[in-house]
Ligand binder design. Structure first.
Ligand SMILES: Nc1ncnc2c1ncn2[C@@H]1O[C@H](COP(=O)(O)OP(=O)(O)OP(=O)(O)O)[C@@H](O)[C@H]1O
Ligand SMILES: [Mg+2]
Length: 397
């Protein structure tokens, strides 16, 4: 099983590139499914067929699916969100806000990702190509299961224990809606499934992400940022895609535009090195239907197999050092002043710019202190050493 996850800023060509990739995979004999998790679907338009929420065969070896996010949300989280809404209503929160507050923004797309787990579990396909929602959202969502797992680990046992005691009493003395066991069980089940999805997507033997971009300043910056965040969250990236490259023979109207692209092209190589760059020209028409998608695939992959691992990158790892351990987090392009570390017990909070990531530390690190952090070879090296105050009691494994 191979999973290819396409991400990138809005409008750069994710859907087209994902569809072209899937088409080429199918042509090479892989049983392939391409699915879009973006609520604003355009995968069907790209393939030139009307798609449904369930997988539908569109060509030999090729299936496609436009996931119904609301349906996924309802079936996995409906009960929980209804309880939350009830609870909010009880607290006097206005009804309009209720619906919104009981569903974390973007949760729909998160639950769409459960379809990946379904296909992974069923093993019906060789390749899953994911056409994801634009960058920021997807990355934030992908990191959510971690946070949820943290909540589950810390709060649910307490909540459960508390409810056993409180529920009979609370039913009598207050009209506060009390979560039934089924609601907690259903929340637990949904979160477990999301944690599974995260495992699948961070399994570097299975999944790699590919970042799609155009040669424009803002788009390149966004692509850089997503590479940092993907690395931070433990997702492997095996290529970047530069789409819509203007050819040499553009008329004078686009000459300045092409000159600008020519300026950015080498910068992109420097920035994303050693990742391979897949390139596609700006076509003279929109890319709709199998014929044009095949042409796009030709330009992107030439004779290469799109399902190959195009790059094997560094992963987050721990090195044993004199008197402690170093945690090495590959974080290309992040600069030192953007990084903030905070440790409490077995957790390390890494802040990169506006994004925060919580790592639950392995035992051997949790007993030590994060004393220093610096950049080395596009990686953040966090130095864990015995804390002077606790060195009497802490043992280095
Ligand atoms: N290389 C290209 N040359 C010409 N047109 C292109 C190229 N790549 C994509 N397009 C066209 O640009 C439009 C947007 O592409 P696409 O839908 O693939 O982008 P996207 O990143 O998925 O957008 P969104 O973020 O809205 O989902 C489509 O009409 C598509 O046919
Ligand atoms: Mg799209």
């Amino acid at each position: 099983m191979r999973i290819l996850f396409y991400t990138g800023k809005g409008g750069v060509g994710k859907t087209s590139v994902a569809a072209a990739t899937a088409l080429r995979c199918a042509q090479r004999g892989y049983r392939t499914i391409v699915l879009s998790t973006d609520a604003a679907h355009s995968l069907g338009d790209s393939l030139g067929v009307e798609l449904r929420a369930e997988p539908m065969q569109v060509l030999p070896n090729l299936w496609a699916q436009e996931i119904n996010a609301l349906h996924e949300l309802e079936s996995s989280w409906g009960e929980v969100s209804r309880y939350l809404a009830e609870l909010l209503a009880w607290q006097g929160v206005e009804t309009i806000a209720q619906g919104e507050l009981s569903v974390i923004p973007g949760t729909e797309e998160l639950f769409s990702l459960l379809q990946i787990k379904r296909h992974y579990d069923e093993q019906k396909y060789d390749v899953i190509v994911v056409d994801a929602a634009p960058t920021g959202e997807t990355l934030r969502l992908l990191s959510l299961p971690d946070i949820m797992r943290w909540w589950i680990a810390r709060l649910f046992p307490i909540a459960r224990a508390l409810l056993k005691v409180v529920r009979p009493v609370a039913k009598r003395v207050t009209d506060m809606p009390i979560a039934e066991d089924e609601v907690l069980a259903s929340a637990q089940q949904a979160i477990d499934a999301l944690v599974d999805v995260r495992h699948i997507l961070t399994d570097q033997q299975v999944t790699t992400a590919r970042i799609v971009m155009n040669l424009e300043k803002m788009v390149i910056r966004e692509a850089q940022r997503s590479l940092t965040y993907l690395s931070l969250f433990g997702y492997a990236v095996d290529a970047v895609v530069v789409n819509r490259i203007l050819p040499a023979n553009v008329d004078h109207h686009f000459a300045a535009w092409r000159a600008m692209q020519q300026e950015y092209a080498p910068q992109v190589e420097e920035m994303f090195e050693p990742l391979p760059i897949l390139r596609a020209p700006h076509f003279d028409r929109e890319i709709v239907g199998p014929e044009l998608l095949h042409q796009l695939a030709d330009r992107l992959f030439h004779d290469r197999d799109p399902a190959e691992f195009l790059y094997h990158g560094p992963v987050q790892r721990i090195e044993k050092m004199n008197g402690g351990f170093d945690l090495i987090v590959p974080l290309p392009f992040a600069s030192e002043d953007q990084i903030h570390l905070a440790q409490s017990n077995d957790e390390l909070l890494i802040s990169v710019g506006w994004h925060r990531h919580r790592i639950v530390l392995p035992q051997s690190l949790a007993r030590l202190r994060a004393q220093d952090a610096y950049f080395e070879d596009s990686a953040l090296r966090v130095v864990f050493r015995k804390d002077a105050a606790t060195s009497q009691t802490s043992q280095v494994m």
